[in-house]
Each structure stands twice: as C-alpha cells, then as structure tokens.
Ligand binder design. Structure first.
Ligand code: NAI
Length: 291
C-alpha cells in the first residue's frame, strides 16, 4: 500500500520542476492529486494552462488519479478555486504543498517596485491565498492535514541579488511558524521546505551552468523528502524546516546564544565587551546555497 493511499493532495506550481516531481510521486503513492499551474515563463509574466494538464495526462497514463487546475495562486479567487477543484473532484483535502514560484533576480538598487511586488505576491501572498481555504476547510470539518510551505535558503540565510525573493521566502518561514502553533489544536501540521534542485528556476545559476545536471540534483531526488514530510511517517513533526537537496535531508533551525545577561543598567560598551557571549563563535560557513 502506498504512503498516501486514500489521501487528496494539492500541489501548486506542479506543471514543471519540483512540483511536477512531487505530484507524480504523491500519485504513485496512492494520492489523488490536484496539479495546479498557471504556466508561463519563469518571471511570472504570462500563463499557459497546458502545463498542468500535461502532468495530469502523464499521471493518469501511469495509472494514477489527478486533475488539472490553471488558477493563479496569488489571488484569493485562485486559492479558492484550487481548493474547490480538490473538493469537487475528490471530496476532501489532506495535503497542500505551496510550491508555485517565480524569480526576478536583481541587485537591490535595480529591483523595481514591480519586481518586488510580483515576487512577494506570488510567493508570500500566494502561500496565504492557497492556505486560507484549505485551512478553513480542515478546521471547520475537523479534518487533520498537512501543509508544506516552500521557503528557501535564500530567505533563511540570504543570497546576493534576491532581496525580493529572500524577503518573501523569509516571510513564508514566519507564516509557517505561526500556523504550526495555531494548527496544533486542529491536528494540522505545517512544515517548511528549503529545496535545492536543477530546474528552469536554477538552471542558469553559475553553479549549475554547463554540462548535464548531476542526477542527484534532479527534482526527483527532492520529492522523497517532501513525501516523507506530508506522510504519516512525519506525524510527530510540525513547525520545522527541512532542507532537501542533493546534499540530503537536514533540519534548518533558528537558534540563539546564551547571550549577555547584564546587571541593569548597562551600556553599549558592556555589550561590546561581552561580544563572545552575544554572538556565536565564528564557525565554518554552513549557509549552504541550496537555492
Ligand atoms: P519552476 O519554475 O520549475 O516551477 C515553478 C512553477 O510555478 C512553474 O511551473 C510556474 O508556472 C508555476 N507558477 C508560477 N507562478 C504561478 C502562479 N501565480 N500560480 C500558479 N503557478 C505558478 O521552479 P522550481 O525550481 O520547481 O521551484 C519550485 C519552488 O521551489 C518555488 O517556490 C521556488 O522558489 C522553490 N525553490 C526552488 C529551488 C531550486 O533549487 N529549484 C531552491 C529554493 C526554493
């Protein structure tokens, strides 16, 4: 029996790349899948509804269950239609993976208001718009479920030239943390994901340019980590971020030092003198750029 037998999963942005790999693996594991994708190029400037349908056709040809949805995740109407597609076709929602995304990388001084707004809208507001109807349905119907929100090391650690994207991805981290706390009383798990894979989004990064991608960096190598997160194998985990990439699966965690505990009043100079307690010791850089 598959890990997701009898479950209904929504994967946004599943017409390409990582989302496509998740949708196909979830279907193979027995889930009925809503494959959402607006289509269009990487910068979010257009749409092509055949992207989702192509993935659905492949899932059905392989003996799975899936339905396509071409809505825009970054509008409330789009989020509601995506949830409705799941309910109309499969009658329930157990899993939501907010994965859809775009890129408009530029150094900060060259980032226009439009580049800022669109990237934040698709990633951060898109996560809100898709989560809200699913959350309400799970809560109002007393159905436990799991929501995976896609963050990025670019937001959790920072990355040159991605101020809009990094801000959105760090915002998703905060959103995930809050909902994981609110979700406990409803049995809704909320997890964060920082993936890393060779897709059209990352294919022109300096580290990926030239030659064939390493097989370990293909989306199919991230999908089992995400399957783990949405399955009952991870039932004890909520509010956590997993980095899943060719480097394996590992948790990324917010940490604090023991700190400087002053005798009050204290001065800025006292803080400076206690810098070894305030800051972590300088250590080898572990801010691996998974994406
Ligand atoms: P991709 O470009 O291959 O796939 C993203 C999909 O989202 C596309 O099919 C696109 O049509 C869809 N999409 C874009 N805007 C949409 C909208 N408004 N409504 C519905 N669908 C929309 O990119 P990839 O690499 O598969 O990325 C998936 C997610 O993983 C994104 O959130 C990305 O930021 C994140 N990520 C990817 C990394 C990587 O190494 N590939 C690294 C870190 C994060």
């Amino acid at each position: 029996m598959g890990l997701l037998e009898g479950k209904v999963a929504i994967v946004t942005g599943a017409g390409n790349g990582l989302g496509e790999a998740y949708a196909k693996l979830f279907a193979k594991e027995g889930a009925s899948v809503v494959v959402n994708d607006l289509g269009g190029p990487r910068d979010g400037s257009g749409s092509d509804k055949s992207a989702a349908q192509k993935v659905v056709d492949e899932i059905i040809a392989a003996g799975g269950k899936a339905v396509a949805n071409g809505d825009d995740v970054s509008t409330m109407e789009g989020g509601e239609n995506i949830a409705k597609t799941a309910l109309d076709n499969f009658g329930q929602i157990d899993i939501l993976v907010c994965n859809a995304g775009i890129l408009r990388d530029k150094t900060f001084a060259n980032t226009s208001e439009q580049d800022w707004d669109l990237v934040v809208k698709v990633h951060l507001k898109g996560t809100y718009c898709c989560t809200m109807p699913v959350w309400k349905w799970m809560k109002d119907n007393g159905k436990p479920g799991v929501i995976v929100m896609t963050s990025s090391t670019s937001g959790l650690y920072g990355n040159f030239g991605q101020s809009n994207y990094g801000a959105a991805k760090a915002g998703i981290y905060g959103f995930m943390r809050v909902l994981s706390i609110e979700g406990r009383k409803y049995g809704i798990r909320v997890m964060g994901l920082a993936p890393g894979a060779f897709t059209r989004m990352t294919s022109d990064l300096p580290s990926q340019r030239g030659g064939e991608p390493n097989p370990l960096s293909l989306p199919e190598n991230v999908a089992p980590g995400v399957l783990y997160m949405v399955s009952d194998l991870a039932a004890d985990h909520t509010g956590k971020v997993l980095a899943v990439s060719q480097r394996g699966v590992r948790e990324i965690k917010m940490m604090q030092t023991d700190g400087f505990q002053p005798e009050r009043p204290y001065t800025a100079q006292d803080v400076a003198a206690a810098a070894d307690k305030v800051f972590f010791p300088a250590a080898p850089d572990k801010t691996a750029k998974d994406g």
